[in-house]
Ligand binder design. Structure first.
Ligand code: P53
Length: 477
């Protein structure tokens, strides 16, 4: 018999609340960190403003107005045959300032309706608790995740939604791409992961590790609490997995790639094994870092290990020891160089389908628990033809190639993979640039970078292609 994807494989799509919902002040929602991020472009950073300014444009305020369109949008997901849909709960819809005693009923009501609509179509919700949208109040009044109090606020929020939705949601993830902030030199990452601009701190790198420690403890507490609320919950972590290949088989390059990969593994190592790996203690020792930990933390980490590893996969990079020694590298990663064997998207992301099979293999070998590809996709400019159609063959090509490699990981290599949710299944606001024109969707949304457009939804060519992929359980690519 031909080897196939498992029958229960969760095909679907992924978004995050702040990139689609809009309605930033409706339903008593409080402002979140993304509500003070302006639009940017490839090569032009999004600005973090001190509060909302009259003369700035904030693309997430309206986004694609999923808040008012979700019923129609979910109907389209159902038409594609989605088995699951990954989104996040906007923390500040539930706790507008972040430090309230009890959750906001209107916020809960919105997600009740959303999850009920998904259930109606037999679509399983997959929910991220924190996807770059923490309440701004916790940044302004508490200093974000630098402050250990944030653990309590996050646990309170997570417990409230897990309790409220315990019969509607089974699959959860704690922090989206918790490892982005490892790049502590780039303000956007620290700000969106944790509400901290590390470059403003006395010791940016040490501060980053402190913040991360608070989040790892919070994540573990939530995993434990979640299992008490409903033992059937599947609770995962979420890692942006960008493998770093050695630029050559020169032993120096090989060894440097092993070292550089610690950046990628650190977070999963703690989430999955419940303890910090030995290499990080040595690094802290070398650098003289003192990360404040409470006596109970070690036990908490041990008791709150995740059920699965969620990952985003978009690209690989290559690293070279000599370039590192020279103190430079692509995109700010020391020693990162252009891989001559792969192409790049218009936004400079290296396209490497085989890298997905590689990623799934190394992660499964390391952790031996189920994996879930909760993001993958091709950000590209789409052109609407005079007849209104969108022929996004480049997107089909990208996804097809990645699904083929993912299939090899499952049927050939034996990786236990739960599902696949391509990113931005409906066009949404780009996270890194705030643009609309960097599109990922199977569904086009009529809106441009400046905020003009009717918000009309149109299925692209890839919509029909992906529908057939799902119907055939990945056989018809
Ligand atoms: P945009 C880097 C590498 C891989 C994934 O990004 C990344 C990043 C940036 O941190 O982020 C994820 O919209 C993120 C999503 C985001 C998506 O990639 O900049 O989880 O929120 O939209 C795509 O093209």
């Amino acid at each position: 018999m031909k080897p196939k994807f498992p029958e229960k494989f969760l095909w679907g799509g992924a978004v995050a609340a702040h990139q689609v919902e809009g309605a930033w002040q409706e339903g008593k929602k409080g402002p979140s960190v993304v509500d003070v991020l302006t639009g940017g472009a490839h090569g032009t950073d999004r600005k973090i403003t001190d509060g909302v300014k009259e003369d700035c444009y904030y693309p997430n305020h309206e986004a694609v107005d999923f808040y008012h369109h979700y019923k129609d949008d979910i109907r389209l997901f159902a038409e594609m045959g989605f088995k699951c849909f990954r989104t996040s709960i906007a923390w500040s819809r539930i706790f507008p300032n972040g430090d309230e005693e009890s959750p906001c009923e209107e916020g809960l009501k919105f997600y009740d309706d959303l999850f009920d609509t998904l259930r109606f179509y037999n679509i399983e919700p997959v929910v991220t608790l924190s996807h770059f949208e923490m309440p701004l109040g916790l940044v302004k009044e508490y200093g974000g995740w630098k402050n250990r109090k944030l653990i309590d606020f996050f646990v309170r929020y997570a417990a409230a939604v897990m309790e409220h939705f315990k019969d509607k949601v089974k699959y959860w993830m704690t922090f989206n791409e918790i490892n982005n902030q490892k790049n502590y030199k780039y303000p956007l990452f620290g700000y969106t992961c944790s509400g901290v601009i590390f470059t403003d701190e006395k010791n940016p790198e040490e501060c980053m590790y402190q913040v991360v420690h608070h989040q790892l403890v919070a994540s573990a507490l939530v995993v434990k609490k979640g299992h008490e609320i409903n033992p059937g919950f599947q609770i995962g972590c979420m890692i942006a997995f960008v493998p770093l290949y050695p630029f050559s088989c020169r032993p120096e390059d090989m060894m440097y790639s092993v070292e550089a990969m610690h950046d990628r593994y650190l977070f999963g190592d703690v989430h999955v094994r419940g303890e910090y790996p030995s290499y990080i203690y040595k690094e802290w020792e070398r650098k003289g870092f003192r990360i404040q930990m409470e006596p109970e933390d070690a036990g908490i980490l041990k008791e709150g290990t995740v059920d699965y590893v969620g990952l985003s996969y978009y690209m690989t990079n290559a690293v070279e020891a000599d370039t590192k020694a020279a103190g430079s590298g692509l995109d700010g990663f020391p020693g990162s160089v252009q891989n001559p064997y792969v192409e790049r998207s218009d936004w400079g992301w290296q396209i490497d389908p085989i890298g997905l099979r590689y990623a799934l293999n190394v992660l499964y070998e390391r952790y031996q628990i189920p994996l879930f590809v909760v993001e993958n996709g091709f950000g590209a400019v789409d052109e609407v033809k005079p007849d209104g159609s969108i022929e996004d063959d480049y997107r089909i090509k990208y996804l097809r190639a990645h699904i083929k490699e993912m299939k090899k990981a499952v049927v050939h290599d034996g990786v236990d993979l739960m599902g696949y949710t391509p990113w931005g299944c409906i066009d949404c606001v780009s996270f890194t640039t705030g643009e609309m024109k960097k599109r990922y969707g199977f569904i086009y949304v009529d809106k441009d970078n400046e905020g003009n457009g009717t918000l009309k939804r149109t299925p692209k060519k890839s919509f029909y292609w992906y529908r057939d992929v799902i119907i055939s359980n990945g056989e018809q690519l």
